[in-house]
Structures are given as C-alpha cells and as structure tokens.
Design a protein around this ligand. Structure first.
Ligand code: F6R
Length: 251
C-alpha cells in the first residue's frame, strides 16, 4: 500500500480570513527565498488571495519582483489577451497589482497549433526549472485540482483535458452571456502537482463542502482527484466554515 498522509487542515470563519491565511503562507515562502518558484492557480477563490498578497506588497512588507511561477492550466483556444484567459487573469490579479514580473509567469499557451506538444513542452520546462517550492491550489466542486477532472490518474502529467460539464457550467459565470465557454484546457497532471515540495489548497464556500469531504475523508482515488493530495507528505488545506461543513472528523 502506498503511504497515506494527513493534510494539515485549518478552518477559519470566512473567505476573507482564508485569503489572509493563504497570502501569509505565500509571503513567508517568498521571504525565505525571494527567487522562489511558485505554482499558481486562477479562479474565484484566488482573487481575494492575490488581493491580500498585493496588499502585503503595497505595505512594503514583501516583494514579488524576483519570484517565478508556473500556472496550473490554460484554456485551449483562448488567446492571451482574451479577458478570460488565465494569462489575462494573472496579469490583472497578480502581475499588475502585486508587482510580479509578467515575463516570469509561465502559463501553457492556449493557442499552440499542437496543444499536446505544448503540454509536453510545459511539463519538460517545469521539470527542468522545478521543483516548485509551493503549489497553490483551488478545489473544483467536483473534486478537481488544476483541471484534473474525476477519472484523472495519479501518474498523469501535463496534457490536454476535456472539461467536465460541471466545470464548464461553474466557469460560465466568468464569461459573457452567449459567449462560448472553452471545453478543453492544458493542465498540469496530478503527478506534476504532487512533484511540488509543498502544497497549499484553499477552498471556500458551501459549494465546495462535498468536494472537501471527499478529498479528506473519502477513498483516495480518481473519483476525487484532490484525494491524491493525501499521497503527498506536505499539504496544508485552508477552509472557511462553509467549505468545512461536511467534515465529520474535525480536530
Ligand atoms: C484554476 C484551477 C481550478 C480552480 C478550481 C476552483 O487554475 O486550476 O482547479 O482552482 O476550479 O475554482 P474557483 O476558485 O473559481 O471555485
């Protein structure tokens, strides 16, 4: 049997408190190593986390100017200047407000003519530059991490993935009415994520409660890809009360 670890779970009152806690952890990693390589996520959960980080930078308590990062994923078919591309997200929420150098933010290209070749290039670049010091993750309502949807294998690497209908529906809120939500993405695989030295997952809101419970208390397996985090020795999970509401075992 492969070893199973217990993620360190912190439950705070609400999403602003979770965002502050996550930003403080990221800031500590960068203070320890101003040139740290970070693994970064996008999505609604990360917006207030990055805003907190930008506030720490604005107070003069931290600089992100030297850090480098690899993002988890990008939609296939969206150009970098599309407002819903993850490249645009990173520039709007992190590079601009928190002073990260956009040239040091690696994101798969959603416009590559051969998306799988782009995924292979990205995996190889990360393997050459890694390991990531801290991988930040959100959690899909269906238990995905990155865009590793249910059914993803523990040994998966960066690849082209087809988004689950629930993910497409969840992400539709970011797109304009009538605008097509991409159905494919290039995503780091589960094994790619697990190769980070340390992992920090943030989940907030009642919509995540079922996935949080499956991640921490369900079987470890592809039905809930986030459960594979229990195969990594250094995982911290920050939840708000609403996301933690389904847990039966709380310290
Ligand atoms: C984003 C990503 C996804 C999101 C997840 C949660 O880069 O890889 O796994 O973290 O879908 O999204 P939100 O935070 O919008 O609920």
């Amino acid at each position: 049997m492969p070893e199973e670890y217990r993620p360190a779970v912190t439950v705070v009152d609400d999403a602003p408190a979770a965002s502050r806690a996550a930003a403080a952890i990221i800031a500590d990693v960068v203070r320890d190593d101003p040139r740290a390589l970070l693994g970064l996520a996008t999505g609604g959960t990360m917006i207030p986390v990055y805003a907190e980080l930008a506030a720490i930078v604005a107070r003069g308590e931290l600089s992100l100017a030297q850090v480098a990062s690899f993002n988890l994923d990008e939609y296939v078919g969206l150009p970098p200047d599309h407002p819903q591309s993850y490249r645009a997200f990173m520039e709007a929420h992190l590079a601009g407000p928190a002073g990260m150098d956009p040239a040091r933010i690696e994101i798969p290209s959603g416009m590559a003519p051969d998306p799988q070749a782009e995924a292979d290039r990205y995996e190889a670049l990360l393997a050459a530059r890694g390991p990531v010091a801290l991988q930040l993750l959100g959690l899909g309502g269906n238990g995905h991490i990155g865009f590793n949807e249910p059914g993803s294998a523990i040994d998966s690497r960066t690849r082209v993935v087809t988004l689950d209908p629930r993910t497409v529906a969840d992400n539709a809120r970011f797109f304009g009415q009538g605008e097509e939500v991409p159905h494919q993405a290039i995503s780091m695989g589960v094994a790619t994520i697990l190769s980070a030295r340390r992992i920090l997952l943030v989940a907030t809101g009642a919509g995540k409660a079922g996935a949080v419970r499956a991640m921490l208390e369900g079987p470890v397996g592809p039905d809930c890809p986030a459960s594979f985090l229990r195969r990594h020795p250094s995982v911290q999970v920050i939840l708000d009360e609403a996301a933690a509401a389904g847990l039966t075992q709380r310290e």
